[in-house]
Design a protein around this ligand. Structure first.
Ligand code: BG6
Length: 516
C-alpha cells in the first residue's frame, strides 16, 4: 500500500498503513511551477535557487517544469539564463551540470502583462503543452511573487483561462507571499478574492519563518521531551521575549517598506507565528488540521496589554554606525518619503488569556539597523522562591532562561546558576548550549526549499490558513490605529537596540530586554 492510498481527504495519514520511511524526504510527483514576478529579488535570491537545490537533492520529478511570466521580450533561453545566473549566485548546494541540464529542459517563458488576455491564453497553452511533452500531469502551482495589489487581476486571469481548474486527481495550487492585506478588513477581502478562485486547501500562504528548521524545532523541543512541559506555564515562566533584530536597513526595498513598517512586515506574521508555536497546547498529532487548530486556538486567546502608549513602542532609525560603517538614517534612504511616519522598529506587549499563560507577558520586538542580526525566543523563568544564600553570594545570579536561537548560530541555550570555583559559595549565571552546527552533520535546507517542496507535495502544515492571518490582524489592528492617531515614531540611532520608549515599555512591566 502506498502512502497516497492510505491518506484520507483531510490529509490524515494512518501511521499503521503508511509504510514510507519518514526519515527520507518525499519526492514530488509530476508537476510544474509557474512564477509571476520572475524579475524580482524573491525569485532570484530564493525561489530559483530553491528549485535548483531541490532538483540537486533528487526531490523533483524528472518531468518537472518551471514557467516564468513577466513583461519582458524574452524567449525561453533568456529566462533560462536568468535562472542559471540566480542559481550560480544563490543556490545552497554545489552546481552540477547534469542537474542543470535536466532542469533547464523544462524551463519556459511567457511574455506578457497581467491585464493582457492573450498572454494568459499563451500561458494556458504552454502549460497544456508541458503536460503533453514533459509529463507534468496537469499538476501546477502558481506562485504569486508579485505585489498584492496585482493578485486580483492575476487570479481572475487564472480563473478565466481555466488554469485554476483541476480535473480528476490533478491539482492546481496558488502560492501567495505576504503582506496578506494591511489590516483585518483588507486581509478578509483578499482572502475572499483568493478563495473565489482557489479553494482554501489549494492556497499556500508563505510565512518563510515556518520553513526554518529552528522554528520547527520549537515543536520538537516542546513535544518530544519530558523536561520542559511541566515548567512551560505561568507557575514557572515569568515572561517571554521574542526578538527579531536585523542589522540591515531597507536593502533597496524602500518602495515596499514605506507605508508598511516593522509591525505589519514582521510582527503580524513571523513573530505571532513564533508566539503561537511557543504558547500553543500540544496538538493531537502533527496533521495539518491538529497543528493549525491549536495555533488558531492560542491566537484567539492573545490580547494586547493596555494602555497602548505604555505597552507598545515604535521607532525610526537615524544615521549611525553599523559594524564600523557609517550608515544613513531611514529618511535618507532612496525611495523612502521625507516625513514618512513608517516605523522601522516596533515592540508590543501581549497576554495569552489561558489557564497556562495567565499573567505571563509576551514581549515582541523587531527592528532594522539594530545592534546585530538575531532572532530568538527567550523563555525567562521566575526566580527560585527561596535562596538559602547570603545576598552577596547571589549578586550575579539572574533568572533561569531557555533561549531558542532561530538564527544565526542556530540552537538552544539554557541559562542557570552555578557555583563559581573557589572556597567561597558564590553563584553566577552560566549557559549550556546546543548548536546545530556542531551537533549535526546534516546541513539545514533553506526555508524556501522546504516550503516549495511542501507545496508540490500538497503538505499544508507549515502554511498559515486564512483564520490565522485574520486573527493576527485582529491582534495588531488596535495598535496600528493607536499609532496612526499619535505622534510619529521615536528616533533611534542605527546600530543601537531601538528607541528609549522600548526600554520604558518593558521597564513599566518590571522587566528588562535581553541583550542577545
Ligand atoms: C521578511 C521581511 O519577511 O523577512 C523583511 O519582509 C526581513 O523585511 C526578512 O528582512 C528577514 O528574513 P530572515 O529570514 O533573513 O530573517
Amino acid at each position: 500500500m502506498t502512502a497516497a492510498s492510505s491518506k484520507t481527504p483531510a490529509g490524515w495519514v494512518n501511521p499503521l498503513l503508511d509504510s514510507r520511511d519518514k526519515r527520507l524526504p518525499r519526492i514530488a510527483g509530476p508537476c510544474g511551477v509557474v512564477i509571476f514576478g520572475v524579475t524580482g529579488d524573491l525569485s532570484r535570491k530564493k525561489l530559483m535557487p530553491a528549485i535548483y537545490d531541490l532538483a540537486n537533492r533528487g526531490l523533483l520529478p524528472p518531468g518537472f517544469a518551471l514557467v516564468g511570466f513577466a513583461r519582458r521580450d524574452w524567449a525561453d533561453e533568456n529566462f533560462a539564463e536568468l535562472v542559471h545566473d540566480a542559481v550560480r549566485e544563490h543556490a545552497r548546494t554545489p552546481f552540477r551540470e547534469e542537474v542543470w541540464a535536466r532542469l533547464s529542459e523544462g524551463i519556459r517563458f511567457v511574455p506578457g502583462s497581467f491585464d493582457d488576455d492573450a498572454s494568459f491564453d499563451d500561458l494556458a497553452s504552454v502549460v497544456a503543452d508541458l503536460d503533453q511533452q514533459r509529463g507534468t500531469g496537469g499538476n501546477h502551482a502558481f506562485y504569486l511573487a508579485i505585489p498584492p495589489a496585482t493578485f486580483p487581476v492575476v487570479l481572475k486571469q487564472l480563473a478565466r483561462t481555466g488554469l485554476a481548474e483541476r480535473n480528476g486527481d490533478q491539482w492546481r495550487r496558488v502560492v501567495i507571499e505576504k503582506p496578506f492585506g494591511h489590516d483585518l478588513n483588507s486581509a478578509c477581502e483578499l482572502n475572499e478574492i483568493v478563495n473565489d478562485v482557489f479553494p482554501e486547501e489549494s492556497v499556500f500562504r508563505i510565512d518563510h519563518y515556518l520553513g526554518k528548521e529552528t522554528v520547527q524545532n520549537i515543536l520538537a523541543l516542546r513535544f518530544a521531551n519530558q523536561l520542559y512541559e511541566p515548567i512551560w506555564n505561568s507557575n514557572y515562566v515569568d515572561h517571554v521575549q521574542i526578538t527579531m533584530a536585523e542589522d540591515i536597513g531597507l536593502a533597496g526595498r524602500a518602495g515596499y517598506y514605506d507605508g508598511i513598517g516593522a509591525a505589519r512586515d514582521v510582527i503580524q506574521n513571523h513573530l505571532l507565528q513564533l508566539l503561537a508555536l511557543t504558547a500553543m497546547e500540544e496538538p493531537l498529532s502533527f496533521s495539518p488540521g491538529s497543528l493549525r487548530g491549536e495555533k488558531i486556538k492560542v491566537l484567539s486567546a492573545v490580547k494586547l496589554a493596555e494602555p497602548l502608549d505604555e505597552t507598545t513602542a515604535r521607532g525610526q532609525y537615524t544615521a549611525g554606525w553599523q559594524g564600523g560603517t557609517k550608515v544613513v538614517g531611514v529618511l535618507e534612504e532612496k525611495g523612502f518619503h521625507q516625513g514618512s511616519t513608517t516605523e522601522t522598529f516596533a515592540a508590543i506587549t501581549l497576554h495569552v488569556d489561558t489557564r497556562r499563560w495567565a499573567g505571563v507577558p509576551f514581549f515582541l520586538r523587531t527592528g532594522k539597523r539594530l545592534g546585530r542580526r538575531v532572532t530568538e525566543v527567550a523563555v525567562i523563568f521566575k526566580r527560585a522562591p527561596h535562596l538559602p544564600f547570603e545576598t552577596t553570594m547571589t549578586e550575579e545570579l539572574g533568572q533561569n532562561a531557555l533561549v531558542i536561537r532561530i538564527q544565526p548560530d542556530e540552537g538552544v541555550t539554557i541559562r542557570f546558576g552555578s557555583k563559581v570555583p573557589g572556597t567561597a559559595m558564590e553563584v553566577r549565571d552560566v549557559t549550556m548550549d546546543f548548536r546545530y552546527g556542531t551537533a549535526f552533520t546534516e546541513s539545514s535546507p533553506e526555508a524556501y526549499e522546504r516550503l516549495l517542496l511542501d507545496v508540490l507535495l500538497g503538505e499544508p502544515s507549515l502554511f498559515p490558513v486564512n483564520a490565522e492571518v485574520e486573527l493576527s490582524w485582529a491582534i495588531l489592528d488596535p495598535v496600528l490605529e493607536h499609532w496612526a492617531k499619535h505622534d510619529g515614531p521615536e528616533p533611534y540611532a542605527a546600530g543601537t537596540w531601538g528607541p528609549p520608549s522600548a526600554d520604558r515599555m518593558i521597564a513599566t512591566a518590571g522587566r528588562t530586554w535581553r541583550r542577545p
